[in-house]
Design a protein around this ligand. Structure first.
Ligand code: NDP
Ligand code: OXD
Length: 312
């Protein structure tokens, strides 16, 4: 029996549809859509994505926060976040599946020159365009964590040459691994297609900049499905316009929704999606929330916690 109420702080999401899953897993849980000064003390659990600054700080009996996404930058950005309160993030097969689909789609799009074919079709030009076989194409995954590693399975099935870059050393069969700032340039120099799946932290903000693009091979393509804050958009546009980069697929932007004035909307070498690479599955997420609440009630430690010192 959970002790305390859960605040479902996702005002832009259909409360009833999402919380119905939670009720299925924890029928007795008291779920609230709001908490005011009178009721703040009732809240023990909170589901959030980008809570208003100070909101979590004002819940005196909070035991844990559940991030609705895998990325927690929207929560840890609040300097008043009470850091003694654990923050759990989504680590889930359905999310990994969706992200892997997006990565494979985007890698194949650039590798098999679909962008060029779409241009030729628009201009009613019949032209055969050769492409290398996948074993000759080097895909580098910048941010080799849960989602980055999951994406290697379908890419490996297609026989791409794979590498991954992370903060700490990793060992994954069939993948060349690199870690730390000292190995970044070597990793980039051997990435024909660069896939960014890093968390947004002070260390990774702006990592996709002129220096990084210059370190990539000529005609390299960049896929960013992580956060808009990773990209220095002016540097990206310059690297595309200079002919150094072959193209970019962008799912995330420094401002979302992307303002109509952004040159990215109409850039001839950019393919865009609206932060849609991988959605959190409500049922799966609520199962995770319920499991963690039960674990905590049984005196067990919660899982998938964010390390505040690292920021992810
Ligand atoms: P993880 O925390 O599992 O993986 C992050 C990876 O980045 C780890 O390998 C980590 O290294 C590495 N990393 C972090 N900081 C550095 C650094 N300074 N230098 C080198 N490597 C670093 O996260 P997930 O894979 O679950 O998610 C990644 C991101 O994807 C999320 O943070 C989110 O922003 C984004 N995302 C986007 C979605 C979309 O729809 N567009 C959907 C879901 C997530 P190490 O393992 O050594 O710690
Ligand atoms: C996430 C996202 O971080 O959807 O999960 O962006």
């Amino acid at each position: 029996m959970p002790s305390g109420a859960l605040l479902f702080d996702l005002p832009d999401y259909p409360h009833e549809r999402w919380t119905a899953h939670l009720r299925k897993f924890l029928p007795t849980l008291d779920i609230r859509a709001t908490a005011d000064a009178q009721t703040a003390a009732d809240i023990a659990y909170c589901v959030a994505w980008k809570p208003a600054p100070g909101k979590l700080h004002n819940l005196p009996n909070l035991k844990i926060v559940f991030s609705m996404g895998a990325g927690v930058d929207g929560i840890v950005a609040d300097p008043t976040y009470p850091r003694h309160i654990p923050l759990a993030r989504v680590v889930d097969d359905t999310l990994a599946q969706a992200m892997s689909e997006y990565v494979v789609l985007s890698v194949l799009y650039w590798h098999r020159r679909l962008h060029d074919f779409i241009g030729l079709q628009r201009d009613k030009k019949w032209r055969q365009l050769p492409a290398p076989r996948a074993p000759q194409v080097r895909v580098g995954i910048l941010g080799f964590g849960v989602l980055g590693q999951a994406a290697t399975a379908p890419l490996r099935a297609l026989n791409y040459q794979l590498s991954g870059w992370s903060a700490t050393p990793k060992h994954v069969d069939g993948v060349k691994t690199f870690h730390g700032t000292a190995q970044l340039e070597v990793f980039l120099a051997q990435s024909d297609i660069l896939v960014c799946l890093l968390p947004l932290t002070p260390d990774t903000r702006g990592i996709l900049d002129a220096k990084t693009f210059a370190a990539l091979p000529k005609d390299a393509c960049v896929i960013n499905a992580a956060r808009g804050g990773h990209v220095v958009e002016d540097d990206l546009i310059k690297a595309l316009d200079s002919g150094h980069l072959g193209g970019a697929t962008l799912d995330v932007f420094s401002a979302e929704p992307l303002p109509a004035t952004s040159p990215l909307w109409s850039h001839p070498k950019v393919v865009m999606t609206a932060h849609s690479a991988a959605f959190t599955d409500p049922e799966s997420f609520m199962r995770q929330v319920a499991t963690t609440i039960r674990r905590m009630d049984d005196g067990l430690p919660p899982e998938n916690l964010v390390d505040f010192a690292r920021g992810y």
